[in-house]
Ligand binder design. Structure first.
Ligand code: WT7
Length: 661
């Protein structure tokens, strides 16, 4: 590092606020701070601004229908199609030869694939025709258990084209997790692939489909498998009702499939996520509200334009990839870069190589990745020309000022605004972040709520806290991108999200995202993390109950409790405390069986980092496990008050066990 860099580093360390870079502001999509007041005064009509980014077959009658709170409806009676909005209209505008998806496979010896809007239209139409031929009807849910290959967005858009909601299950999920989700969605169709590359090795993926189908409670009508690995792939062993994607496409080449007119409130997709209680929740998103939200936030926050090349490192199997690799960028007609592999394959500069080669304008990633980049060192980005970048973003967990500033300096060269975007699977898109062309940035704080979004920080009574204090994040007005319900369970929807702070009798409905947060005098929000029983491990939300259920499946395990401990790299690291049955020895072999059981039930990304055997778990007199104390043990923190425990002595014993490990 040169001495100039050293000086810059020191001065950055002391800087707590950053003005939006001038060159950025000059060209930004949103620059006028007046938008906050304007949207407040004109709420909910302000959201016509989002609807206007889409093309409609038929206009809507009402922006917001709140006659059946909290089951809000947006843009009622409007008709549109998401696939048309993400593809056809750009082709009709003469932009068919521009690249829609720039796909980069993990193996470097393989050619990257540029899918133009015209190509995308052809492939989506052919696959949509194939799906129709299989007999799939409007509103039947199709499950997509696929990794980062171009056929995934093609399949999503083919579903959207024919009015079939998709349920994408992250490829890292196990057979069992896939089956659970297919059961919950009553989904009879599955699209998968033979395998994919991860850190240089071909990975068998189709075996999970084969195994999952055995555990699906209803009949699985058809399975479609993409051939990703060619020669490297597992031997194809397709049953009569299994089809290979390539033949289906060939059979339907040149097919014309008109996009179906979907009602604004028709379901676009389901996405499963974890909550406090066992079963994952199927979050329902709709066509108009969700798509307009993805488009508007991409426009206002990511500053996306049709001629931009934009790179988001998320996986499409999670909501970030849905909103900000597929739907937002394609609705705006830009080029979205999709990378199959790991950020350090074959070397730690892979992402910067991609940014340089495709001259990316925006880059969106997670704090856990930024912490890795920082640890690896600035020589990797320094090897590349990153001057095409004009905006950086982060999402998934809180980012501390140090990695924020490293990102700002070493990736953005001090010339790109950084947007720290708070949102969730349930919100559909961004909710709290700075408008990069209009607002000062404060590293460590995501920012104020977006214009037209009413996010507050309240105490346990629901009263707003003073600037400088902490409390709970709440949302006091509905927004177009919001979830509509938990699939098939309206009651749980109300219980999970609306019960805590609403006053239904007074007609006051308050959405509770289950995050803790602080707020400063200027309304900048620092999100502290989940207050429910879920963990955030490397930006993945994992339910403690799901992991605990898997642990107690293991023979010899009587009880288990799982907590997230602070971890510099992953945000949270998972610690599993297990109590063995009488006569069961506390062995490494048992530890391994516990880990394997979690991998089987959820997937390798959810494996506990440590398994600690404990004589008992700290419990309240009513028998509830005190997870807070287990977290304190894992964090090596002071234990505080243990007097309300039924078995206070147990905590010290567990401490002893943990340090013996
Ligand atoms: C939870 C949502 C949003 C897509 C990725 C995760 C945490 C998200 C931030 C941020 C602090 C954040 C929250 C939230 N989170 N973004 N910028 N700062 N925390 O989606 O799996 O639905 O998880 O991630 O705790 O509730 P998800």
């Amino acid at each position: 590092m040169s001495s100039d860099d050293g000086e810059l580093e020191t001065s950055l360390e002391e800087t707590e606020e950053f003005e939006p870079p001038e060159a950025f502001v000059e060209q930004a999509n949103v620059t006028d701070e007046g938008i906050y007041e304007e949207f407040e005064d004109e709420w909910p009509e302000c959201w016509e601004n989002a609807a206007e980014l889409l093309d409609w077959y038929e206009g809507y009658d009402q922006v917001l229908d709140d006659s059946n709170e909290p089951f809000y409806e947006w843009f009622t009676d409007g008709k549109l199609n998401a696939s048309y909005n993400c593809i056809d209209r750009h082709v009709e505008e003469g932009r068919g030869d521009e690249v829609a998806i720039q796909w980069v496979g993990e193996p470097t010896e393989e050619d990257d694939r540029a899918v133009t809007y015209e190509d995308l239209l052809e492939e989506v139409e052919a696959f949509a025709a194939a799906l129709q031929d299989l007999g799939i009807e409007e509103d039947e849910v199709v499950t997509l258990h696929m990794p980062m290959i171009p056929e995934l967005p093609v399949a999503m858009l083919a579903c959207a084209r024919i009015g079939v909601p998709h349920s994408v299950v992250f490829a890292g999920f196990s057979a069992e997790a896939l089956a659970t989700r297919m059961n919950s969605a009553d989904s009879e169709y599955l699209v998968t692939c033979d395998g994919y590359y991860r850190r240089g090795d071909p990975l068998d993926h189709i075996e999970k489909a084969d195994e999952a189908i055995g555990s699906v409670e209803h009949e699985v009508s058809d399975v479609v498998a993409v051939n990703r690995l060619g020669e490297d792939g597992p031997e194809a062993d397709l049953d009569a009702d299994q089809h290979d994607y390539e033949s289906l496409l060939a059979d339907h080449e040149g097919a014309a499939v008109d996009p179906v007119e979907r009602d604004a409130e028709d379901m676009l997709f389901l996405m499963y996520t974890s909550g406090t209680t066992g079963a994952p929740k199927g979050i329902k998103h709709t066509t108009a509200g969700y798509l307009s939200w993805a488009a508007w936030t991409s426009h206002a926050v990511l500053d996306l334009e049709a001629d931009d090349t934009y790179f988001c490192t998320a996986d499409i199997g999670w909501i970030t990839g849905h909103s900000y690799i597929v739907y937002g960028p394609l609705a705006l007609g830009s080029t979205t870069v999709m990378y199959e592999g790991a950020p350090d394959e074959p070397d730690r500069d892979r992402l910067w190589e991609i940014v340089e080669e495709y001259e990316c304008d925006q880059f969106y990633t997670a704090p856990t990745a930024i912490r890795s980049f920082m640890k690896w060192g600035s020589e990797y980005p320094e090897r590349h020309d990153l001057s095409s970048l004009r905006l950086l973003g982060t999402v998934g967990e809180p980012i501390n000022p140090r990695p924020w500033k490293w990102y700002y300096q070493h990736i953005g060269g001090g010339e790109c605004p950084v947007v720290d975007t708070w949102w969730q699977t349930e919100t559909g898109g961004m909710m709290v972040t700075t408008l990069p062309g209009a607002k000062r940035m404060k590293p460590g704080a995501a920012g104020p709520a977006l214009p037209g979004v009413d996010v507050r920080v309240v105490d346990s009574e629901g009263d707003e806290v003073e600037g400088g204090d902490a409390g709970y994040l709440t949302v006091h007005k509905p927004w177009p991108g919001m979830l509509r319900t938990i699939y098939g369970n309206d009651e749980r929807y109300i219980e999970e999200f609306w019960a805590e702070y609403s006053d239904a009798d007074a007609g006051e409905w308050v959405y509770f995202p289950e995050d803790g947060a602080g707020i400063d005098d200027e309304g900048y929000i620092t999100v502290l993390g989940r207050v429910d029983d879920t963990m955030n491990v490397s930006g993945h939300r994992i339910g403690t109950a799901e992991v605990e259920n898997a642990a107690v499946e293991v023979q010899g395990v009587a009880e288990a409790a799982v907590v997230g401990a602070e971890d510099e790299q992953k945000g949270e690291a998972m610690y599993a405390y297990a109590i063995t049955e009488e006569g069961q020895a506390e062995t490494d072999e048992l530890r391994e069986r516990i880990v394997a059981s979690v991998e089987d039930a959820i997937g390798p990304f959810a494996r506990p980092q440590e398994v600690v055997f404990a004589p008992d778990l700290p419990k309240t007199r009513s028998g509830k496990i005190m997870r807070r104390l287990l977290e304190d043990v894992a964090n090596d923190d002071d234990l505080g008050d243990t007097s309300t425990l039924r078995n206070p002595e147990i905590v010290e014993e567990i401490q002893g066990q943990a340090s013996a490990n």
